[in-house]
Design a protein around this ligand. Structure first.
Ligand code: PHE
Length: 452
């Protein structure tokens, strides 16, 4: 079993927290959500919410873990006992949400694995003229292949998590992150050299507020929580492993900052290619998979580039999946100590695998099942991230607010010589108490109106 407070180094914590935050959310999901919500104005809204609400809530979740040295279920039950009993459920909801999200996240990770192998094929076996469009369509209609790829991904996640945070996660991620950063930068430079760049910059950074809809606020909130891994309990678990001397607010701000920068880089990297390719729907969840592979295969040396890019994307997906599975496992281990980490990991992994069947077959066996014109996997994504996640994140926040004494908050937040400390404490308290709950409630209200 893991001893708490067990990161070997502070670096280990950052690797995992940032690794959990930066994933398919930044590279796959953010671009099409931006496309759906019309570009610049949404990006502005997103950045504002990430900084003013996401980062403060991330700090609260890390603090909840570090103060209680427990995972989200036990931690929130402790908090809720002191106040509103219904909030006891917040931790359970967070864990259930994590495992359901892991199930469809694995399907998308499987798509990444698919393109990775396609690049290997085109690099070594053919002269590089595989059409990614045909590939994507073929993949979408082949549910069993998707299920196989998702299972392979889950299996990999299980193996890393089962080994525990020392041997498993820390080591893996320390190899992954530098590679990830360098690849993203190279690709950004490459995509910026395309002629569509000025048009893209205008689309991304010139805010046209008339493009926002009633749902945009909730889309921004949901995506901020998703990308920062807030509302799942992941950050509570990672906070519970933090070392005593580590300063929570500094850590929270750093993670939120790096994550937001990566999201912005991702859209700047993908949109020039999408604009170049013309008639690609910017709102399609397959946006990234539709434009990048064909672009990369069309340029000299692109197959190697594509391979590197998809390896990098896969590593990001794996890191994030590790975060999702780790929540479930750490909660199991907290509650049932006799179960042991390895058993808990396999058990949760098999549950996730079972849940994967439906979304994996969404484009084939369940092709006819459409909710609101959305395929099963799209519907699942929008239901979980735009509706359920903000609600669960709010419940965890309320449990934290009610159950954490002012003194505890002060002692975790205030520390001399830290950038985020005395000067920001009153604002943080104000945001936690009023701003975040009010904005989440408003987002819901506006979104509910769109239903009628
Ligand atoms: N933040 C991850 C991403 O952006 C997804 C995730 C959510 C990972 C919750 C762990 C926990 O892809």
């Amino acid at each position: 079993m893991i001893k708490r407070g067990a990161w070997r180094t502070r670096f280990g914590f950052y690797l995992l927290a940032i690794g959990s935050a930066c994933g398919l959310g930044n590279l796959w999901r953010f671009p099409y959500v931006v496309g759906e919500n019309g570009g610049g104005a949404f990006i502005l809204l997103y950045v504002l919410i990430a900084l003013a609400i996401g980062a403060p809530m991330l700090i609260a979740e890390l603090m909840l873990g570090k103060n209680t040295r427990r995972s989200v279920m036990v931690a929130t039950v402790k908090m809720a006992n002191k106040s509103i009993p219904a909030l006891k459920w917040s931790g359970r909801f967070a864990v259930i949400l994590s495992i359901v999200v892991l199930s469809y996240y694995s399907v998308i990770s499987g798509w990444v694995l698919h393109f990775m192998t396609q690049f290997v094929v085109s690099l070594f076996l053919e002269s590089g003229n595989v059409s990614s469009k045909a590939n994507l369509a073929a993949l979408m209609s082949n549910g069993w292949l998707q299920l196989m790829l998702a299972s392979a991904h889950l299996l990999m996640t299980i193996v890393v998590v089962a080994k525990g945070i020392h041997e498993g996660l820390e080591k893996w991620i320390s190899y992954m992150m530098p590679l990830f950063a360098s690849l993203v930068i190279i690709l950004l430079v490459k995509s910026f050299s395309l002629p569509s760049t000025p048009e893209v910059l205008r689309f991304l950074f010139y805010p046209d507020f008339s493009k926002l809809t009633m749902s945009s606020l909730n889309h921004a909130l949901g995506h901020v929580f998703f990308t920062l891994s807030v509302g799942f309990g992941t950050m509570v678990t990672y906070g519970s492993y933090m070392r005593e001397e580590d300063h929570v607010p500094t850590a929270g701000i750093r993670v939120a900052f790096v994550d937001s920068v990566i999201s912005l880089i991702a859209v700047m990297m993908i949109f020039p290619v999408a604009f170049q390719a013309s008639n690609v729907p910017l709102t399609d969840p397959a946006l990234m998979f539709e434009v990048l592979p064909s672009y990369l295969l069309g340029i000299p040396g692109g197959a190697l580039f594509g391979l590197l890019f998809f390896i990098c994307l896969y590593l990001a997906a794996l890191n994030a999946s590790i975060g999702l599975l780790e929540v479930v496992v750490s909660n199991f281990v907290d509650i049932n100590k006799s179960m042991g980490r390895v058993k808990a990991t396999w058990f949760s992994g098999v549950v996730a695998l079972t849940l994967t069947v439906m979304p994996a077959l969404s484009g084939s066996v369940f092709k006819g099942v459409k909710v609101n014109g959305k395929s099963l996997i799209e519907f699942l994504d929008s239901l979980l991230i735009n509706w359920i996640l903000p609600l669960v994140a709010l419940m965890v926040l309320l449990a934290f607010n009610k159950g954490t004494a002012e003194k505890q908050k002060e002692s975790a937040f205030l520390e001399k010589g830290q950038l985020v400390s005395y000067s920001m404490y009153p604002q943080w308290i104000f945001i936690m108490k009023w701003v975040a709950p009010a904005v989440i409630a408003l987002g819901f209200l506006l979104q509910i109106i769109t239903l009628f």
